[in-house]
Design a protein around this ligand. Structure first.
Ligand SMILES: Cc1ncc(COP(=O)(O)O)c(C=O)c1O
Ligand SMILES: N[C@H](C=O)CCC(=O)O
Length: 426
């Protein structure tokens, strides 16, 4: 038995499925997980000392690559000065100011510990503010694992075919309405059927959790208009897209101002962080100012916030990075498309900025309807072929590839060469 196998077998004795998050189990690609030893830049090294070019990027946060010195700058001083106080610190103010600078719609910001906490809290605030109960989410969008959002979700729930998780009482999801992403008529109909009852619409402005799906021209704008007309709070879940599509996230890219925004991933520089915020009037509902309670022993943790601050500060001062990241993604997109055509494989590439997905699907993928018909077996074959060539792709069809500043021209060349070989062999 090799080391990876031995560690995984031991893990399964103590951890459900041997993993601390379902997508890590490699089940969807039909193999045991690689067990990571260490990582640097664009490369992950497993316990067998095999090296992989990593396009998971910890599911998005590592925009500057693994173990970046920029991100960890000064972090040892912080650790030596104390790792948690349960009291306010200056660095929390610094990161809030920086987030506000990038996302002016976030007039007040509350730091939390994960994307799940951010979306769960934002919904509570929206419900408190509007005094309404219903929320509208979209099929295939994933907003973390809080009860009311685990309905027709994306990411691992889509991979493992869990439409609504067991353990979530029907009563809890009764107020969760589900719409079709990119179908504004459907959204209008839902509002018509639930007049004055919908507290919030929560959306991944560019879904990354059913694979990457670009919003149709006008879709996000129409969501903004409808929610305004209907008195519902528009929540952009930018846990993935925040600081990924550009310094101002999806809202900066598409020029739309949501009422509330959820962030995570990049803002922690690889440590566990989330944040939610929005219009002052709405955020003033949050305790201690208002009566919506939300708290956290480790929220605004100085180490996590410092890593996040370093990341965001670098991105602010080096915004040309976004063009470079997109250019790299375009190089991959073009090459993948060329080889897909040459190989005659039913597949297409969806790309938004530096996020992309190769869908094994004969039709354009514009929403959950098409994404869910993708050939996951073929994705699994592609994944395994690429892994054998030293390229680590997302572990399921319904996830995105993320480029980082650390990916080199040589990495791209190697990836393209491998992809050509694997696609031609399918
Ligand atoms: C768009 C989106 N929202 C929320 C979450 C939940 O974040 P976390 O896993 O940090 O709880 C994720 C990822 O997991 C996500 O991709
Ligand atoms: N798709 C998820 C988040 O973006 C993957 C992370 C996880 O659930 O472990």
């Amino acid at each position: 038995m090799n080391q990876s196998k031995a560690i995984f077998e031991e893990a399964k004795q103590y951890i459900p499925g041997g993993v601390n998050s379902p997508v890590r189990a490699f089940q969807s690609v039909g193999m045991d997980p690689i067990i990571v030893k260490e990582a640097k830049g664009s490369k992950i090294i497993d316990v067998e000392n095999k090296e992989y070019i990593d396009y998971i990027s910890s599911w998005g946060p590592l925009i500057l690559g693994h173990a970046s010195d920029i991100v960890s700058n000064g972090i040892m001083d912080y650790i030596h000065k104390g790792t948690s106080f349960g009291l306010p610190t200056k660095i929390e103010v610094d990161i809030a100011k920086l987030i506000h600078e990038a996302f002016p719609s976030m007039e007040l910001i509350r730091m939390v510990n994960s994307g799940t906490e951010a979306t769960m809290s934002a919904l509570r605030v929206a419900r408190g503010y509007t005094k309404r109960n219903k929320i509208l989410k979209f099929e295939g969008c994933y907003h973390g694992h809080s009860d009311s959002l685990l309905v027709k979700s994306g990411s691992g729930t889509l991979t493992y075919g869990v439409p609504t998780s067991e353990g979530v009482p029907q009563k809890v999801v009764e107020d969760t309405l589900v719409g079709e992403f990119n179908n504004i008529e459907n959204v209008k109909q839902i509002f018509k059927e639930n007049q004055n009852e919908i507290a919030a619409v929560i959306v991944e402005p560019v879904p990354g959790n059913m694979g990457v799906i670009p919003p149709n021209k006008g879709f996000l704008e129409a969501l903004r208009t409808i929610t305004k007309e209907e008195g519902a709070v528009l929540i952009f879940d930018e846990v993935i897209t925040g600081f990924r599509l550009g310094f101002g996230g999806a809202q900066g890219t598409y020029g739309i101002k949501p009422d509330m925004t959820c962030l995570g991933k990049i803002i922690g520089g690889g440590l566990p962080v989330g944040a939610y915020g929005g219009k002052k009037e709405i955020m003033e509902m949050v305790a201690p100012l208002g009566n919506v309670y939300q708290a956290g022993t480790l929220s605004g943790n100085p180490i996590a916030v410092k890593m996040g601050y370093n990341t965001l500060n670098y991105l602010k001062n080096n915004q040309d990075i976004y063009k470079t990241l997109e250019d790299k993604a375009i190089i991959l997109e073009k090459a993948f498309n060329e080889h897909i055509e040459k190989a005659g494989v039913p597949a297409r590439v969806n790309r938004v900025k530096s996020m992309l997905t190769v869908f094994f699907n004969g039709q354009d993928v514009v929403s959950y309807q098409e994404a869910s018909t993708s050939d996951t077996q073929m994705y699994s074959q592609y994944f395994k072929g690429m892994l054998a060539e030293g390229i680590l792709l997302p572990l399921a069809q319904f996830e995105g590839m993320f480029l980082s500043a650390a990916h080199t021209d040589e990495d791209l060349e190697k990836t393209i060469k491998a992809s050509k070989k694997v696609l031609l062999s399918l």
